[in-house]
Design a protein. Structure first.
Length: 381
């Protein structure tokens, strides 16, 4: 967990106390019955000792707690107090710091202020404390983040900000202190992402006579039951549904949107369903943040769609070929700005990949959906 400058001062003073006492780190670990290396981690600010361990350390070093804190002045603003996610000001930007596997990682958020960062955190915290559904809080925090930092890849905001903030137990009520927040995120984040899609594009598509919805219960059974595919269709496998009224006003389902934070997240579970839908003439796009980065001190959220088709050889990843070669889905819409979209002049493309953002709902995604509805209507008449 990243630590604030104030905590660094205190832990550095703790090291001075030990050195003044003549005790080695190993000797102090022996007396405290700590595994090797813990004292070094405490003193280097790589870990924060529990309060009872801290008090016992001071006792063994013949120091009083008041000596540890004497003259220490806080250098931490509210947004930089040590948490799972810490923000520090750097010129006109922020540096977000967090633990990533074995690394103390950082992400550079351009043209950002601590006040904005704190507003996003407060919205998430207040929502997690009061909302009936945790996904409501995640949606609200993400929508505010993309409003503040529209110049930033939405995928980065989801992956490096919202996800990391959700993992911080102090953003949740104390009654949930023992919850596994990483496991909780898998379900909550999935629901939230579906709602982000519907809230951003739903009103615009509604103006064009198309319903983008997350149907439940009987409504879901009714819409999904209309899909004529050879294999048995499980309603719980369906994320977001596309429907529109026929001439008689009765809603007809013409597609399913597969919503995933990353391409690895249950993507293979959707391939069989999507291929059946595509073969039967339905709209079946894949909608993703394409979150994927390698743990490091400065991780880059490159995603998994990789390189384009080369002039001399095919250097595309297997996941890109799922779309461009195999056409397992009608199209792929990625909200990772590092995604390389399929060139419009690329030959023999089964399904194209598009790069999108949240600046305007009148974009390539809604143009695609409207074209698919027109195609479906023509086919059905």
């Amino acid at each position: 967990m990243p630590v604030s400058p104030t905590i660094e001062q205190i832990l550095s003073r703790l090291r001075d106390f030990r050195e003044d006492s003549g005790l080695s780190a190993e000797e102090l670990e022996e007396q405290l019955i700590l595994g090797p290396g813990w004292i070094h981690r405490f003193e280097a600010g790589e870990a924060i000792p529990a309060l009872d361990i801290l008090i016992e350390m001071l006792h063994l070093l013949d120091r009083k707690p008041a000596e540890l804190f004497e003259g220490i002045e806080s250098q931490a603003a509210a947004g930089s107090v040590a948490r799972n996610l810490l923000a520090e000001k750097l010129g006109h930007d922020l540096v977000l710091q967090f633990d990533y596997a074995d690394h103390e990682a950082s992400y550079h958020l351009e043209s950002a202020t601590l006040k904005q960062f704190e507003e996003v955190l407060r919205l998430l915290r207040d929502g997690l404390a009061g909302a009936q559904q945790k996904s409501d809080a995640v949606v609200a925090a993400f929508e505010l983040a993309v409003t503040f930092w529209s110049h930033t890849s939405p995928s980065d905001l989801w992956w490096f900000l919202i996800y990391r903030a959700y993992l911080d137990p102090f953003n949740h009520p104390a009654t949930e202190a023992r919850r596994n927040f990483d496991q909780s995120w898998k379900r909550t984040g999935g629901w939230a992402l579906e709602r982000v899609l519907v809230r951003h594009y739903g009103p615009f598509l509604q103006q064009h006579g198309i319903n983008l919805s997350i149907p439940l219960g009987d409504e879901k059974e009714l819409l999904v039951g209309q899909l004529e595919v050879p294999s048995r269709l499980e309603p719980d496998k369906v994320d977001v549904v596309l429907s529109a009224p026929r001439d008689d006003g009765y809603p007809v389902c013409f597609g399913v949107i597969h919503v995933k934070a990353s391409l690895a997240e249950r993507r293979t579970d959707d391939v069989e369903l999507s291929k059946a839908l595509v073969d039967a003439g339905y709209c079946s796009p894949f909608w993703t943040m394409d979150c994927k980065s390698t743990p490091s001190e400065s991780p880059i959220n490159r995603g998994e769609l990789g390189e384009l088709l080369g002039d001399m050889e095919d250097a595309r990843s297997a996941k890109r070929k799922d779309f461009e070669v195999d056409g397992f889905f009608s199209a792929c819409f990625s909200y990772n700005s590092r995604t390389k979209p399929t060139p419009v002049d690329q030959p023999n493309v089964a399904a194209s990949i598009y790069a999108c953002d949240f600046k305007d709902p009148d974009d390539v995604f809604t143009r695609f959906v409207r074209a698919e509805w027109n195609r479906f209507k023509t086919r059905s008449t």
